[in-house]
Design a protein around this ligand. Structure first.
Ligand code: FAD
Length: 552
């Protein structure tokens, strides 16, 4: 019978172990985990800090005892694998409690060693009260520090997924929170105008958001800052005293063991694997945050440290070890996060990734309702899709809004995986009744808007092109109703509500191009169709006032 050893007992490792057992009752399966816990929900850690998950036990999805009883899997916690001897197919293991070292033989080895939080290399980084959040132990330390110290102020360094979740949860716990981000926007997987909606939400909730202003160093509190544990000093000299500091600067693949064993790494620093998740040694597989994957849209090597891929890859590695040739498709990086009242989700490539890969794209923005507007509770969401102008193939999608974001991006992620075009997306038959959606679902609408662009029925202009327009050659036309315009307008725009447009065409110049906008782009599309059929040159502002205003 096969002896399968697994290094790392959380997402990818335990998924591999459970699948291996289901495929083979006779295999010997041993999982080595250097921490005290296995199979815990690291994705749930932030929600314990804010009290949303009140019972810590709920985060422990499995225990070694139960894994033994149900799956006959041997789990050795506090056991660190210190070396791999590939020639003789053995690993060295150190028991971290007794210090005792042993050697174990394997037929197949799976590395699911995860990733390590990036630690800022700046003066003062090792002060008490500074934390990263990766493990249950980290969570316990943060929780105890905040409670014991009676912390009132928190600084989160890094506006990534985990940073924003921690910021939200600290706020829920009653702390005054600042978020520090070196880039001009939070959440790099999103394009800037989509992330801008989150900036408004964070600031609206009272979070101090410092963008374009990275961490310079940590300093001792001065006399007037003496109550705080640390002072976060930003690039521009701003001082942010804090009772607790959490850094969320991203992670790097935990590849120490693999490197020492001479396994190949990819250029991103992740362990190199083939589509069957085999490393450069055919008896060693690697999965999860530790590996480099290929981006399905751009073909570029990528690190996608997410729970879904880790779990599926664990399963795939076990399949391949037990004779079912199973391959992992390229990665889409589908991800979602809640930031207070908004949800943001993304799949596929964003504009920056497409540009870096030299892939031509068109973008459309829309702000459809989450369900039928006449049914109570409908809320607008910002939806963006990116597609190839020639083939119409979907390349990426992003959505931000209070409701209905997850299902739209999940449908679009499925469409991407299937290689669908915007025509296919326009035709998807999705479920509809007023409490759930609209007869033309936002996903259908995105496909239809893209179809109109591809067919040349309208040309679009993006939010970031407005400022540079030469107004001697271009007129910006606002076709919203008067009360909407009273709430703000693009400077130097002309106002003719859509309902009056046909009667007032004579007021518009024929020697200048017209850039039409409304609130979301829907009415201005109609305006463009009217104008174009009357011989005017016209472009529609994608996402219109809502996108332009959020991104400004
Ligand atoms: P891990 O789950 O990290 O497991 C690796 C394990 O290997 C670790 O326990 C480590 O101790 C052990 N190990 C490493 N080296 C050795 C060694 N030499 N010997 C023995 N043991 C070793 N993803 C999402 O998709 N959605 C989310 O909402 C989400 N939220 C998250 C929130 C937080 C706070 C964190 C930290 C992560 C979140 N993730 C989320 C990411 C997700 O948890 C990871 O992608 C996933 O856990 C990766 O699985 P893995 O098996 O590769 O690594």
């Amino acid at each position: 019978s096969k002896r399968v050893l697994i290094v790392g007992g959380v997402a990818g490792g335990m998924s591999a172990a459970a699948r291996a057992r289901r495929l083979s009752e006779s295999a010997e399966i041993i999982v080595f985990e250097r921490g005290p816990d296995v199979s815990y929900a690291n994705c749930g850690l932030p929600y314990f800090l804010g009290g949303e998950i009140a019972d810590r036990k709920k985060l422990l999805v499995q225990t070694p005892e139960r894994l033994k009883a149900v799956f006959n899997i041997e789990v050795r916690t506090r056991s660190e694998v210190t070396a791999i001897h590939r020639g003789r197919r053995e690993i060295d293991v150190r028991d971290l409690v007794s210090g005792h070292a042993t050697t174990e033989r394997y037929d197949a080895l799976i590395l699911s060693t995860g990733a390590a939080p990036i630690v800022p290399r700046v003066p003062g980084a090792a002060r008490a009260g500074h934390f990263a959040l990766r493990t249950l132990e980290d969570m316990d330390r943060i929780d105890a520090w905040v409670r014991d110290r009676g912390a009132k102020t928190a600084v989160v360094v890094g506006g990534g997924f985990i940073g924003l979740e921690v910021a939200e949860q600290f706020h829920a716990r009653g702390l005054r929170v600042a978020v520090v981000e070196r880039n001009p926007q939070v959440l790099k997987p999103f394009d800037p105008e989509m992330a801008a909606h989150l900036h408004l939400e964070l600031r609206g909730r009272g979070v101090a958001l410092h963008l374009n202003n990275g961490l310079k160093e940590f300093d001792d509190p001065r006399a007037d800052e003496s109550a705080s544990a640390s002072v976060v000093v930003l690039a521009d000299g701003t001082r942010l005293p804090a009772d607790v500091v959490v850094t969320g600067l991203g992670v790097r693949p935990e590849s120490t063991l693999a490197v020492a064993a001479g396994l190949d790494l990819g250029r991103t620093g992740g362990i190199k694997v083939d589509e069957h998740l085999r490393t450069s040694d055919p008896n060693i597989y690697a999965v999860g945050d530790a590996i480099e994957v290929t981006h399905a849209v751009t073909g570029a090597p990528a690190l996608i440290p997410l729970g879904g891929p880790a779990n599926r890859q664990g399963r795939t590695a076990a399949d391949n070890i037990f004779g079912t040739a199973s391959a992992c498709p390229g990665a889409l990086g589908t991800a979602i996060v809640r930031v207070f009242g908004l949800t943001a989700a993304v799949t596929g490539a964003n504009e920056a990734q497409l540009r870096a890969a030299g892939i031509a794209f068109e973008a459309v923005h829309l702000h459809p309702n989450s369900h039928a507007g006449y049914y109570p509770g409908a809320r607008a969401l910002a939806l963006k899709i990116l597609f190839a102008p020639d083939s119409g193939k979907l390349l990426g999608a992003q959505a931000v809004g209070p409701d209905g974001v997850d299902k739209r991006v999940d449908v679009l992620a499925t469409a991407l995986r299937a290689g669908l075009t915007v025509d296919d997306v326009a035709d998807l038959e999705l479920c509809y009744a007023p409490p759930f959606g609209s007869a033309k679902d936002p996903v259908n609408l995105a496909g239809m808007v893209a179809q109109n662009v591809r067919a040349g029925r309208v040309r679009t202009i993006q939010w970031d092109e407005v400022a540079a327009l030469d107004r001697s050659h271009v007129l910006v036309l606002d076709v919203r109703d008067a009360p909407e315009r009273a709430g703000g307008a693009i400077p130097d725009s002309v106002h003719i509500p859509l309902g009056e447009l046909r009667a007032r065409l004579s007021e518009l110049p024929r020697d200048r191009e017209i850039v039409a906008h409304c609130a979301s782009g829907q009415r201005s599309y109609t305006a463009c169709r009217v104008l174009m059929q009357h011989g005017f040159r016209c472009r529609n502002l994608a996402g219109s006032f809502k996108t332009w205003k959020a991104a400004r």
